[in-house]
Design a protein around this ligand. Structure first.
Ligand code: BV8
Ligand code: ZN
Length: 250
């Protein structure tokens, strides 16, 4: 199927769900989880750093990695793919955006009906008492990352702060997956944008939507795993704007 046919399918949908991953932010200059990173963090695999064990073992290394990612995310701007999803949300009343991303770019673009399955990069949580606060960002770290930075201590209990994201082995925020699964089950179209579909339970939304009768449209430069209804092969920033414009003329 082609972009034109995907446009026809999307225009006819009365309920749409979207699942996004790191690839939708690649066009904002942010490195994806499994793509090439380059630089200081090249030799670390994100799965080995985004865990409670890594933070317990070496909090300064893990905190430095997040401070680098925060500096990059703060400098990044939403791209045309993020804005196309805002247009889509405003065109379809029954719309839910489920994101695996923690970079905050969907909300900065104007998306409102967002389920952030993996938390928020720009918020801290105390590793002791759980108190949450806005993260501090050091912009200079974007170009000059440091390998070790001691995490700040909680003002209430003195325990080290950690990013308010969901690490591997940790449970997703209460109710998030349930709300995402309900949206996927009710959707007539599930748009799967910029994700390798290797992280669970997020990836389980794709077969769930298909079993419930949704048309699955994948937007990704690489071939998608599993049998999908339609693969639009290319970058989200190139494909989402014409797809949404073609369907809703906005
Ligand atoms: C849980 C926050 C239980 C942190 C993240 C074995 C089998 C199956 C599952 C497991 C298993 N072993 C363990 C598990 C469970 C585990 C898991 O799935 N592991 C994986 C590695 C196998 N999952 C968990 O641990 C989850 N928790 O299960 O808890 C539980 C229950 C109760 C009580 C206690 C515990 C928690 C998972 C959440 C992990 N946190 N992020 C942080 O960001 O630092 S996940 C992390 O990966 C990011 O959020 C990222 O978004 C996400 C998924 O990756 P993608 O977004 O897909 O990014 P990726 O780089 O992989 O792919 C990018 C894609 O974009 C590519 O396809 C590329 O082609 C494409 N692309 C590139 N450029 C573009 C593009 N597309 C469009 N346009 C472009 N321009
Ligand atoms: Zn505390």
């Amino acid at each position: 199927m082609s972009l034109e046919q995907a446009t026809i399918v999307l225009r006819a949908a009365r309920a749409v769900a979207v699942l996004t991953g790191a690839g939708i932010s690649a066009d904002s200059g942010l490195p994806t989880f499994r793509g090439a990173r380059g630089g200081l963090w090249e030799r670390f695999r994100p799965e080995s750093l985004a865990t409670p064990e890594a933070f317990a073992r070496d909090p300064a290394l893990v905190w430095a990695w997040y401070q680098w990612r925060r500096a990059l995310a703060a400098r990044a701007q939403p791209n045309p793919a993020h804005f196309a999803l805002v247009t889509l949300e405003r065109a379809i009343p029954a719309f839910t955006l489920v994101t695996q991303n923690v970079d905050g770019l969907h909300r900065r673009a104007g998306s409102e009906r967002v389920i952030a399955l993996h938390g928020e990069l720009m918020r801290d949580r105390c590793s002791g008492c759980g108190r949450e606060s806005a993260a501090t960002v050091a912009p200079e770290l974007a170009d000059a990352p440091r390998e070790r930075i001691d995490p700040p201590r909680c003002a209430d209990c003195g325990a080290p702060l950690r990013p308010a994201v969901v690490w591997f082995g940790e449970a997703l925020p209460d109710g998030a997956m349930e709300r995402a699964a309900e949206a996927a089950a009710l959707a007539e179209v599930l748009l799967v944008v910029g994700t390798s579909q290797v992280v669970y339970p997020a990836a389980s939304l794709v077969p769930l939507a298909r079993r419930a009768g949704a048309r699955v449209i994948v937007v990704n430069p690489e071939q998608s795993p599993g049998d999908v209804d339609l693969q639009l092969t290319g970058r989200a920033a190139d494909l989402l704007p014409p797809l949404v414009h073609g369907a809703f003329g906005a």
